[in-house]
Design a protein around this ligand. Structure first.
Ligand SMILES: [Zn+2]
Ligand SMILES: [Zn+2]
Length: 201
């Protein structure tokens, strides 16, 4: 049986220190996705993989509602700065993407007539609005093959350049070498020795 919304929001806000409209959106989009995909939530297995399109508030709602989390390898973030997420049933490979309707913000006022300001209207309205008025749902096909997305847990190798260990099959083969993504050119940092000041700790 699905947990009551109040209980999930309490869990989400305890992690977040307050309750805000985006946590409500994350929670409700998850519950609706679970309903559409026929998956009971929260999950303790790896049947559901969530690909969230932002970090922040929405994500705490998604985590509380779905039980998916990065440590369980059931939650990924593609940070497009959008309050949206794709819910991927890894057994059936059925996936849906859920995002708020353009009108959801203004419509929230109608569902929370006693609200003192637009923020409170979203906070309260989002909790009671019918899901199909709040969200737009798209049936999607995730373009990265599932096996690549979840990769190969347990696989280990070593980078031929930096010698660091690479797990989960994330290595890149290039010119006869086994490289980590960093050494293959996707590095997101520069070493201080390459001209940046030491990090002050
Ligand atoms: Zn927040
Ligand atoms: Zn490397």
């Amino acid at each position: 049986m699905t947990r009551p919304l109040d209980e999930i929001l309490a869990e989400s806000s305890s992690r977040h220190r307050h309750l805000c409209p985006r946590q409500v959106l994350g929670t409700r989009m998850s519950l609706w996705a679970g309903e559409i995909l026929g998956l009971d939530l929260p999950r303790r297995d790896k049947k559901l993989l969530v690909i969230a399109e932002t970090d922040g508030c929405m994500l705490d709602g998604v985590i509380a509602a779905t039980g998916c989390h990065a440590g369980g390898r059931t939650l990924r973030i593609r940070d497009f700065g959008k309050v949206a997420a794709t819910f991927f049933d890894t057994r059936s490979e059925r996936a849906i993407r859920v995002a708020p309707c353009r009108e959801s913000r203004s419509l929230a006022q109608v569902y929370a007539p006693g609200a003192r300001n637009p923020w409170e209207a979203m906070l309260l309205g989002y909790q009671v609005m019918p899901a199909d008025k709040l969200f737009r749902v798209q049936a999607v096909r995730v373009t990265t093959p599932l096996v690549e997305l979840v990769s190969r847990p347990g696989k280990k190798t070593e980078c031929d350049v930096c010698q660091e260990e690479i797990i989960n099959g994330r290595e890149v083969a290039r010119a006869g070498l086994t490289l980590c993504c960093s050494c293959a050119g996707e590095r997101y940092y520069k070493l201080a020795a390459e001209g940046l000041a030491e990090v002050q700790i």
